[in-house]
Write a protein that binds this ligand. Structure first.
Ligand SMILES: NC(=O)c1ccc[n+]([C@@H]2O[C@H](COP(=O)([O-])OP(=O)(O)OC[C@H]3O[C@@H](n4cnc5c(N)ncnc54)[C@H](O)[C@@H]3O)[C@@H](O)[C@H]2O)c1
Length: 254
């Protein structure tokens, strides 16, 4: 088992990629703290992990809220006693009611909210989880950025900025905490078939138009990302930090 006895917090675990990671990490021996602000979906993930023979608890938290993030970290420690893996996966994108437009069309309050959920959340979870990782000798932090952070786009400017900031913060944390055995890496997914992008890709699926998003002629699956996260969570990646893993079927190779 690749994550035997490791404790992994996964945010946004009620959704596509987070749920896939929870199931895969648990299969590989991790104890899962599945967190989501949607309590019903987070608990459903826990039910599925347990049904598959894994160990998991749900702790509901809005990752943009300092007090709720502190409760998440304290709850993880109360249940499992340590934190080995922090997977910052929660985020809002195209399926949210917040603006995914260019900056001219983005209300200021939407900019602030997207940045709070997608980027400030990483500040908060790291601020409260890193001291615990230091206490137990280290850990692995995985941050979900996006290919939107790597190439310019016509829209989703707040989203893009939040995901770009995540890469910069990850590198800085990797440099600061590498000497103390905490690794920090980013995953940049391409177009992954989850509820988040359904408003954009749904209509294409329903038409006969081929899905030509990437040289590999398909959408990514949540499992495509979960396998990358599994590698980064495990000790197999012990020499990897400050890195950006692009898992996009070749979109950014063009
Ligand atoms: N799907 C894609 O094509 C794609 C591409 C690039 C990056 N991403 C990123 O991947 C990550 C996972 O998204 P997904 O594709 O699985 O979408 P998803 O919508 O299925 O999952 C996101 C989950 O995050 C949760 N969440 C949202 N805001 C939250 C908050 N404030 N506090 C706690 N939980 C919150 C949601 O309830 C949901 O369960 C996101 O960070 C997203 O930006 C997705």
């Amino acid at each position: 088992m690749r994550l035997k006895d490791k404790v992994a917090i996964i945010t946004g675990a009620g959704g596509g990629q987070g749920r896939a990671a929870a199931l895969l990490f648990a299969k590989e021996g991790a104890k899962i703290v599945a967190s989501d602000w949607n309590v019903a979906s987070g608990e459903q993930t826990v039910t599925r992990v347990r049904a598959a023979g894994g160990e998991a608890i749900h702790i509901g938290a809005d990752v943009s809220d300092s007090a709720q993030v502190r409760r998440l970290i304290e709850g993880a420690l109360a249940s499992w006693g340590r934190i080995d893996v922090l997977y910052n996966n929660a985020g809002v994108g195209y399926s949210s009611s917040l603006s995914m437009q260019d900056i001219l069309k983005t209300p200021e309050e939407d900019w602030d909210r997207v940045l709070a959920i997608n980027l400030k959340s990483v500040f908060l979870t790291c601020k409260y989880a890193i001291p615990e990782m230091l206490r137990t000798g280290g850990g692995s932090i995985i941050n979900t950025s996006s290919v939107a952070a790597l190439v310019g786009g016509e829209n989703a400017h707040a989203y893009t900025a939040s995901k770009g900031g995540m890469i910069s913060l990850s590198r800085a944390l990797a440099v600061e905490f590498g000497p103390r055995n905490i690794r920090v890496n980013c995953i940049c997914p391409g177009v992954i078939d989850t509820p988040m992008v359904e408003p954009v890709v749904g209509p294409l699926k329903d038409s006969n138009r081929p899905l030509r998003f990437s040289p590999i002629r398909r959408l990514g699956t949540p499992e495509d990302i979960a396998y990358c996260a599994l590698y980064l969570a495990s000790d197999e990646s012990s020499f990897v930090t400050g890195a950006v893993f692009v898992v996009d079927g070749g979109i950014t190779a063009r």
